[in-house]
Design a protein around this ligand. Structure first.
Ligand code: ZN
Ligand code: ZN
Length: 381
């Protein structure tokens, strides 16, 4: 089959930047050397651009997993442009298409069954079917003026953040090229491929903890490089959860940052499914695997009965427990509301009585003053 034609600008960026990094960075390291300042700018850029893609492009805009204050949206829009993975609109249109038609070679833009190379980078550098070019699946995002602004000024924004800012910082610091090479170039290459891993490796290596309906995998090692996005099997089942690493110990800095932003008042309405739904999915996968093992077991029928019975009882206990906990939470909330109302009533009454006391005291004093004034007048007379 003949390959689709190359997308020249994408091809140039994606081949030239790693090549330049491989040549220029070692050369500069040997001849001049990178100082702590350059490494500091690099670290900031890694965090800002990586999180703009995961917390911004992915979880906020593609999946609407939470709401963000305009300052946070602006921040992610600017650093997202710096990541050079196309505009919010393009990225999210592709990504929503990916979730909707996952593994469908004709409709998933980075369908994993087409192979590592295609899902990693091939889909970007070759012209594909243009099913998302009309932005029909991102109409909600087009209403956001920040998203429209980023789409319009994408090119100047990428140039400004990738070259302008590091050069200005380097010039100010007295070492012109260090920050540009590390924060501009190396960071860009790393950030590109770390993100691409989510489309390639996270659909190949790892466990299918929650579903085997698609190729997505949970992989802690990939999560480490992708700011928490390696828990991709979970993500494909509960895509609007603001977390990807759903268990507290799973490495998901993106979810920690989103939660931090919510404490700071920058993010709200963080969405997550009920625990029982998540556990149900996990248990049904475990049951499925266990039943598959029965092929080699002695007395498979007895085992099947035991497994299914234990699974049923476990689920029943889980449901009852979560239901009870939910009721408890609700009761506690109602009690608190009641208490708050009472407290407010007490405060109001206290203020009312104190006001009345002050008014009576004032009246009393005025009366006494009036009386002494009268007496004074009489004495004078
Ligand atoms: Zn995926
Ligand atoms: Zn997603």
């Amino acid at each position: 089959m003949e390959k689709p034609p190359l997308k020249i600008p994408n091809f140039i960026v994606l081949t030239l930047t790693p090549l330049l990094a491989l040549i220029l960075v070692p050369w500069y390291a040997f001849t001049v050397g990178f100082d702590a300042f350059a490494w500091g700018v690099f670290a900031f850029y890694m965090a800002a651009t990586g999180l703009a893609v995961t917390a911004g492009y992915h979880r906020l805009w593609s999946h609407r997993a939470y709401e963000a204050h305009w300052t946070l949206r602006l921040w992610h829009a600017v650093w997202g442009a710096c990541a050079m993975q196309n505009t919010i609109l393009h990225w999210c249109a592709d990504h929503r298409q990916h979730h909707r038609f996952v593994d469908d070679n004709d409709r998933d833009p980075y369908s994993a069954p087409k192979g590592f190379w295609h899902s990693h980078v091939g889909w970007i550098i070759r012209k594909q079917n243009n099913f998302t070019d009309d932005f029909a699946n991102v109409k909600d995002l087009q209403r956001d003026p920040i998203v429209r602004w980023q789409h319009k000024y994408y090119l100047p924004l990428t140039i400004f953040t990738n070259a302008g800012v590091p050069l200005a910082l380097g010039w100010w610091h007295g070492q012109l090229w260090g920050a540009l090479l590390l924060a501009g170039l190396v960071r860009l290459v790393l950030n590109h491929h770390f993100t691409f891993f989510i489309n390639s490796l996270a659909h190949m290596w790892g466990r299918q903890t929650y579903t085997d309906a698609n190729t997505a995998r949970d992989n802690g090692l990939i999560a480490f490089f992708t700011y928490g996005e390696g828990y991709h099997n979970y993500h494909h089942l509960f895509q609007w959860d603001y977390r990807n690493g759903v268990r507290w110990w799973q490495f998901d800095p993106t979810k920690w940052v989103i939660r931090l932003c919510s404490w700071l008042g920058l993010a709200s309405q963080l969405r997550r499914p009920p625990v029982v739904q998540i556990e149900k999915a996990r248990l049904s996968m475990q049951l499925k695997r266990a039943l598959e093992q029965l092929e080699h077991a002695t007395e498979p029928d007895a085992w099947r009965t035991r497994l299914e019975e234990a699974h049923r009882q476990f689920l029943a206990a889980l449901e009852e427990f979560t239901h009870f906990r939910q009721e408890l939470r609700l009761a506690r909330q109602q009690f608190q509301e009641h208490l708050d109302r009472d407290r407010q009533e007490v405060k109001r009454r206290y203020a009312e009585l104190r006001g009345e006391l002050a008014r009576q005291r004032q009246a009393w004093r005025l009366l006494l003053a009036e009386l002494s004034g009268m007496e004074l007048a009489r004495v004078r007379a």
